[in-house]
Design a protein around this ligand. Structure first.
Ligand code: UN1
Length: 508
């Protein structure tokens, strides 16, 4: 339970939660202030790392790799098992820090920690299933097979809006795969990183893992550069904007490193005439207005059949006007703050552009609670009806704006849907099986995630998460995403006593 507002001191709450997770006092005093989007005020401070310190961290991680790669997979799994237990024990502590630093409401902050616990369970199972295939050799007396080996040091770069779960998706799998991890969190997210890392540190120490298996690097873009440039960082997994991905990918590719990118989304739902509108309404409201529109999976576009558009938009308008906006620690609040002033200004600029393009604001867009929180940015989620899918609609504005467009036939809806640069998540609301199948088929949604009768956000960890086009093409979390953290060796073993060459080639 969160204390009532008047008794609440966010700095105290966060300090206690950090201490409970095992973060030392020394880590919490430095030259860089940490502010909370809840009030816009500074709550604590940290000390950034220098580039030389980051290089030293890479040395230590590389050293740990040499030990960790020889520990059997199931024994590596013990670390994530223990990490998952500690995360369960400290779920509410970590959620408090997520709420303070990212401004998420309590249930979403706890939900994010739950994703971490879930991926630890998943990775523990995976630690016994790092399967390679055995293929029939074309030669008698030969065996053809593959073995998955640890890859090397993994660099993980994360964004402010999901300060802990994507780190855990990467790290739980990297650890069972045999790889040390260096984490460069967003500058808005460092307290979450310190707490998460402290819990992992306890798990690693209790399981006798080598020193140097996990690190946090605090700093701005500069601090991440050695991770991009150093040959010893075998994989860079980065979550953030498409602009960030355009910086990361060429640098890592230039040294033939691997990268896994999870970048912007511009996710849409198609609502067909047969849709259950009550269900659609709930799915749309959570995906579009939840997390104050700051998920990469947030629904930003609604493509509605013209016969149901007026009815659906009117119902959405009424639902939006009941959403409680405010301090995310307050009971009943569903929409917390935007992360900062810049985010608020981007939202206002996008709304202005949409108006100039002929759009009509159906509801929302206004700043609220400015008297109570002059340095924080709370906004009413907005719905904008657009005559066309103009340039502003094709861009990802990281704020709660839902653009609504109409269509006449499904092919037109799918073209509109796919005519944006991003390709993360998508949904169709329909009761017509053929429409659902078409949307999921090769000529349907071009996204990495395509859902039926469910919103675009809130994916479970068991599936592979990521998307196409400007979203960067990476897949992390469940399914077979573990493979990117390992290298595959193909082995041919000859027990025939002769040396037949493949493809029937004759030599000496
Ligand atoms: C993100 O916004 O970067 O599907 C990740 C979801 C969450 C993950 C979002 N499970 O909305």
């Amino acid at each position: 339970m969160t204390p009532a507002r008047d008794d609440r001191d966010l700095t105290l709450e966060v300090s206690r939660a950090l201490e409970a997770c095992g973060v030392s006092q020394e880590a919490l005093s430095g030259s860089r202030g940490v502010t909370t989007p809840v009030t816009g005020e500074q709550i604590l401070s940290v000390e950034p790392h220098t580039v030389d310190e980051v290089r030293d961290v890479i040395d230590r991680a590389e050293h740990a790799f040499r030990v960790w790669r020889e520990v059997p997979g199931p024994a590596r799994g013990a670390v994530v098992k223990r990490w998952g237990e500690l995360l369960s024990e400290h779920k509410s502590d970590l959620a408090t820090i997520v709420r303070a630093e990212a401004g998420k409401i309590v249930s979403e902050a706890e939900g994010e920690v739950q994703e971490m616990i879930d991926i630890c369970d998943f990775a523990l199972g995976q630690s016994r299933m790092l399967y390679g295939k055995t293929m029939p050799s074309e030669r008698a007396g030969h065996r053809l097979m593959e073995t998955w080996h640890p890859l090397g040091v993994v660099g993980v770069i994360t964004a402010f809006n999901f300060p802990v779960a994507p780190y855990a998706w990467n790290t739980a799998l990297a650890i069972v795969a045999g790889d040390p991890v260096i984490w460069k969190p967003s500058e808005v997210g460092v307290l979450c990183a310190l707490a998460t890392d402290a819990l992992l540190g306890r798990a690693a120490a209790e399981c006798g893992a080598p020193e140097g298996l996990h690190h946090v690097v605090i700093g701005d873009r500069e601090a991440a550069q050695p991770l991009l440039e150093d040959q010893r960082v075998a994989l860079v997994s980065a979550t953030g904007s498409t602009r960030m991905g355009r910086d990361v990918a060429p640098k890592v590719a230039a040294r033939f490193g691997r990268y896994l990118l999870e970048l912007g989304g511009n996710n849409a739902a198609v609502v067909t005439p047969s849709a259950d509108l009550d269900l659609a309404l709930k799915g749309i409201a959570f995906a579009a207005a939840g997390t104050a529109g700051q998920r990469c999976t947030t629904m930003r576009r609604l493509i509605v059949h013209e016969s149901v558009a007026d009815d659906l938009v009117e119902r959405l308008r009424r639902a939006y006007e009941t959403l409680a906006i405010g301090d995310p620690g307050d009971e009943g609040v569903l929409v917390g703050p935007l992360i900062n002033r810049q985010s608020y200004e981007s939202m206002q600029a996008a709304l202005e552009r949409s108006r100039m393009d002929g759009g009509t604001i159906v509801t929302g867009g206004q700043r609220v609670l400015a008297d109570e929180f002059p340095d924080a940015y709370y906004v009413e989620p907005a719905i904008v009806r657009m005559p066309q899918q103009t340039e502003v609609v094709r861009e990802e504005t990281f704020a709660p704006i839902l653009y609504v467009m109409t269509y006449q036939d499904l092919d037109e809806a799918i073209s509109l849907h796919n005519e944006v640069p991003q390709g993360l998540s998508s949904a169709i609301f329909t009761s017509d099986q053929a429409e659902a199948e078409i949307f999921l088929s090769a000529r349907g949604s071009d996204c990495g995630i395509a859902n039926v009768n469910i919103g675009t956000s809130g994916a479970e960890i068991g599936g592979a998460f990521g998307g196409e086009k400007d979203t960067g093409g990476g897949r992390e979390s469940g399914s077979d995403a573990w493979k990117i953290y390992m290298r595959r060796a193909t082995n041919t073993i000859n027990y025939s006593g002769k040396l037949p060459l493949a493809q029937g080639v004759e030599f000496i």
